[in-house]
Design a binder for this molecule. Structure first.
Ligand code: ACO
Length: 458
């Protein structure tokens, strides 16, 4: 049933508006503009045509089947619209409308859920900004029209933050497969959506911004999410950690934030990777989305700067990343890639004199060595090596050699280092502005592989 959201043959917009700037107008414009190729039906009793499409007075008047209906009419009219959806055989109603339990209108929310259940319609929302599924060019939101395509599915309990992240992800070269706003979670909840994504071939990792789950559903949440994490990594930010934060959650989505220790324990039990900021969530999700899962724990750091090498080493120790103690043969091989005053141990320090060729030689050694499972490439701005040249060379090397070893990078410097990072990120090599962020991301990948192996053995 929920699968209809990912592969709808048709979408109706109940409350499609003729007025530019209204939510019902923007949703319809985004569905058309982002390139959805199925049938689109604007529903509006006062219009014959909207944005070049024939409009219908009711969803019941639509000649063909309707899989998904996006609802953008005022709250008091939603029950009737849900009933019409039920009679029409709509599978999922995406209720953007606000004015339900989040403002104490619990009864109205219960009423729409009751009607939906009678007819077998599923409800996403209410009080949401819509949803998107990029492989099918579906943008049924009132956020920006453009969404960067990729392999991260984002589920957001906050509407405004979700919309903001649509632009933010583009700016940060982060590609999304799906985007779900879940709002009041009157029916479909975060765990069910995550389950839906298990089978989705376009989603490699699920990222969640969560404020709270429904009271009494903790056990179900853990059970369903454990099933998900056996197949795909899930990274979540749980907001409302402090007592004031919890009060803010209550007045935002009406969720019970609950004690932070309870969530911490539930996440652990379900194998959910917890991030503490949205930036960290995407740092980790990016690594999962762009890199193969680590085949083992032995990690090598290749750097041109001693300082960033030491910072990365500390971060590795603190996050449980096992730094390889290279064999004498491997030390000898690394020695050949650097000036005589470099350090061939781990971190492999090519020195500030390093140029592209040193990096490529060291990378070749690391990639070919059976001792090395994962690679961390660090770069510190020096006048002898333009980071953009290094980024290009790394991408070329990885593509030409079809490198299968998990790799993250960190480029520290000014605008040119930033440009190099963007280039790497665009070419599926995760790049971060500090060594600690790179190490944190790879540490979560290594943790996940171990967690999953242990779970699957049980
Ligand atoms: N069936 C079909 N069309 C209808 C119906 C109906 N029963 N009733 C009204 N319409 C038409 C209207 O004529 C109008 O079209 P028009 O502009 O061409 O005349 C259109 O549907 C919209 O109806 P309006 O009455 O104009 O409603 P309005 O756009 O003012 O508000 C809305 C509707 C947007 C759903 C509002 O009630 C609402 O809930 N806004 C908040 C939405 C929101 O923020 N959601 C959470 C997002 S998350 C976040 O935090 C950002």
């Amino acid at each position: 049933m929920l699968k209809a959201m990912l592969e709808p043959k048709s979408i109706a917009v109940i409350g499609a508006s003729r007025t530019p700037g209204k939510i019902g107008y923007v949703v319809l414009r985004n569905i058309i503009g982002y390139g959805y190729s199925g049938r689109v039906y604007p529903i509006n009793p006062h219009a014959n045509e909207i944005l070049g499409l024939k409009a219908y007075p009711s969803v019941l008047e639509v000649p063909g089947e309707v899989d998904v209906a996006v609802i953008t009419i005022p709250a008091q009219e939603v029950p009737k619209a849900i009933e019409d959806c039920g009679r029409k055989g709509v599978k999922v109603a995406v209720v953007i409308t606000s004015g339900f339990s989040e403002v104490g209108n619990v009864e109205l929310e219960e009423r729409i859920v009751k009607i939906a259940r009678e007819y077998g319609v599923r409800i996403l929302g209410p009080n949401i900004f819509g949803y998107a599924y990029t492989p099918r060019n579906i943008n049924a939101t009132f956020g920006p029209m453009e969404i960067e395509k990729g392999n991260i599915a984002l589920i957001s309990q906050s509407g405004a933050l979700g919309i903001a992240l649509m632009g933010w992800t583009i700016m940060n070269e982060i590609g999304l497969s799906a985007l779900f706003s879940i709002g009041n979670m009157a029916d479909i909840d975060v765990a069910e959506l995550s389950e839906l994504l298990i089978e989705d071939p376009h989603t490699r990792v699920i990222a969640i911004y969560l404020e709270g789950i429904k009271p009494g559903r903790g056990g179900e949440f853990v059970e369903k999410m454990s099933k998900v994490t056996r197949e795909k990594p899930v990274v979540a930010v749980k907001a409302g950690r402090t007592s004031r934060g919890m009060r803010a959650v209550a007045s935002h989505t009406g969720s019970l934030a609950g004690s932070d220790q309870l969530y911490e324990a539930a996440f652990k039990q379900a194998g959910i990777i917890r991030a503490y900021t949205v930036e960290e969530m995407f740092d980790i999700a990016r690594a999962f989305a762009q890199q193969p899962l680590p085949r083992g724990e032995n990690t090598v750091i290749i750097t041109n700067g001693g300082g960033v090498g030491v910072l990365a080493t500390d971060a590795a120790e603190l996050t449980g990343v096992k730094l390889l103690d290279p064999s004498p043969q491997l030390i000898e091989a690394f020695k050949q890639t650097m000036p005589w005053f470099g350090s061939p141990k781990n971190p492999v320090d090519l020195t500030g004199q390093a140029v592209v060729d040193n990096y490529l030689k060291a990378l070749k050694v690391a990639v070919e060595s059976p001792e090395v499972d994962n690679i961390v490439i660090l770069y510190c701005r020096t006048a002898v090596l333009d980071p953009r040249d290094l980024a290009k060379a790394i991408v070329e090397f990885y593509e030409e050699n079809k490198v299968e070893k998990t790799t993250v990078t960190s480029f520290v410097g000014g605008q040119d280092a930033y440009d190099a990072m963007r280039y790497l990120n665009r070419h599926n090599i995760p790049s971060y502005s500090s060594p600690e962020r790179a190490i944190n991301a790879i540490s979560k990948m290594i943790w996940y592989v171990k967690y999953r192996e242990a779970k699957r053995k049980k």
